[in-house]
Design a protein around this ligand. Structure first.
Ligand code: 5AD
Ligand code: SF4
Length: 471
């Protein structure tokens, strides 16, 4: 049996892509190993969103140079967004790489590996650039493959990602995704629902719908348009599924019908990740985000009106081209005002091929970016902790995911384990329990909180539903 080692960085799309690739290779007789040196085939699933992610991958590849010289029969492959973005450059920077495959061509990996094994030399499969063919050809070259899923390949068998949309057409000026993942395409609803049914039949209780701008999802066929809200309605009917989440949202498309679906469908988590990116209108315009801070505030008001208990999270980029102290202060004010459950904060990283790289100098010094990052993070952490305080002495419903990070570091364990799980609002809860409880929904009473974690104890006596807060 051939052994496969795969390392995944980046977003949830990449996690799902790795699951698909592993599933396809297992059908070819491969077996997964956690030991790089024991593997016959080594794959890196890569990210291009920031330079740091790419540098890490190239360093990891650099460390393999000697290993590959001593083990020439082993195959080293680079897949994902960096493969699509850098293409032949990967072979130039790491000449011992055998395989470069973009995220739209992953279905070809088994064939390409066979070709390499039979002496065909290095192989590359990438999708078409945004101007390298007809609209239809470009779209098809980015289509993801959709083989049978393999529950054994997921972090847990009872949770799964489900892609409903491929690519992105928003073209924010800082972002490589429209190039690496191609044009936005909504998958046909029937396909999505069939996949969700299969997942539920396999014992999956939670699905997370994935799309770069998931709430912009539209599918037109036979004169009918299906929106995300319609899709949620259909998925809600599937027996066995108990939680449905969706990420990532685009502020402009956070429409009333969608928020009403979140409000009215109990299986849909009241958890909304809606990146704002900046609190300054001039910066938002330079980012070409397509909305103003006033639009974002209106959207927040709509969320608070229709789903008052929703946990809202956001992304911010600090130090974007030309961002002044006063403009950063506007971002700071927006975070203070919106009181997000969490924000992911990034220092602007110039990406070749984007409009920002072409037209705007990356002129905010690194230490200014770092300072802004720290300031915003401190504020966000303070807010997160304050929001979590509201959970003290409340009981939340937790889907138990498995041993906590602390427990995993302990190695061998007794009958009682420290477990971790999530509330419907995506809050992480840590508590003591037993292995048998993994995969179950349990009521947990919270007695301590930090900015990112709730600590509690499983409630063993009967709790009426009125005692369960939405979490
Ligand atoms: N530099 C820094 N952060 C970026 N993001 C996307 N592109 C860049 C970039 N060039 C951030 C955005 C996005 C998140 C996934 O990554 O905040 O929402
Ligand atoms: Fe990138 Fe903007 Fe598309 Fe998000 S919406 S993937 S930031 S281009």
């Amino acid at each position: 049996m051939k052994k496969l080692y795969i390392e995944t960085v980046g977003c949830q799309m990449n996690v799902l892509d790795s699951e698909m690739v592993v599933a396809s290779l297992r059908r070819e007789g491969y077996e997964l190993t956690a030991e790089l040196t024991a593997a016959d085939t080594i794959l890196f699933n890569t990210c291009s969103v920031r330079e740091q992610a790419e540098n890490k991958t190239y360093s990891a590849l650099g460390r393999l140079r000697k290993f590959k010289r001593e083990n020439p029969g082993k195959i080293v492959g680079v897949m994902g967004c960096m493969a699509q973005k850098d293409q032949r450059l990967v072979f130039e920077r790491a000449p011992f790489v055998d395989l470069v495959v973009g995220p739209g061509q992953l279905q070809r990996i088994p064939d390409l590996l066979r070709e390499i094994e039979s002496g065909g030399g290095p192989q590359m499969a990438v999708s078409l650039g945004r101007r390298e063919g007809s609209a239809d050809e470009i779209r098809r070259s980015h289509e993801t493959f959709d083989p049978l899923r393999d529950p054994a390949m997921r972090p847990t068998p009872f949770q799964a990602f489900l892609r409903i949309q491929i690519g992105c057409d928003k073209f924010c000026t800082y972002c490589v995704v429209p190039m690496t993942r191609g044009p936005e395409q909504g998958r046909p609803p029937a396909e999505i629902i069939a996949e969700a049914r299969t997942l539920a039949d396999q014992g999956c209780v939670e699905i997370t719908l994935l799309g770069q701008t998931v709430n912009s999802y539209r599918h037109r066929s036979e004169g009918r348009t299906t929106r995300l809200s319609d899709l949620l309605g259909s998925l809600h009917e599937i027996d066995g599924l108990r939680r449905i989440k969706f990420v990532t949202n685009y502020p402009k498309d956070m429409t009333r019908d969608l928020l009403e679906a979140v409000r009215d469908l109990p299986k849909v988590s009241p958890y909304l990740h809606v990146p704002a990116q900046s609190g300054s209108n001039r910066i938002l315009e330079r980012m070409k985000r397509g909305y103003t801070v006033e639009d974002y505030r209106e959207m927040m008001a709509r969320i608070r009106e229709l789903v008052p208990d929703a946990a809202v999270t956001s992304d911010f980029i600090v130090g974007f081209c030309g961002e002044t102290d006063a403009e950063f202060a506007l971002t700071y004010d927006l975070v203070a005002e919106c009181r997000f459950k969490n924000s992911f904060i990034f220092k602007y990283s110039e990406r070749t091929g984007t409009k920002a790289a072409e037209l705007m100098p990356d002129d905010v010094p690194y230490d200014v970016k770092q300072w802004r990052n720290n300031e915003l993070l401190q504020l966000q952490n303070r807010i997160a902790e304050e929001l979590n305080q509201e959970f003290l002495a409340r009981t939340v419903e937790v889907l138990v995911e498995g041993p906590s990070d602390w427990q995993k570091r302990q190695g061998a364990a007794g009958p009682v384990l420290q477990l971790t799980g999530r509330t419907p609002c995506d809050r992480i809860v840590v508590f003591d329990g037993t292995e048998r409880q993994i995969g179950q929904f349990l009521p947990v009473a919270i007695y301590e909180v930090s900015a990112h974690t709730l600590f509690g104890a499983v409630v063993t006596h009967e709790v009426g539903p009125e005692l369960l807060s939405i979490g």
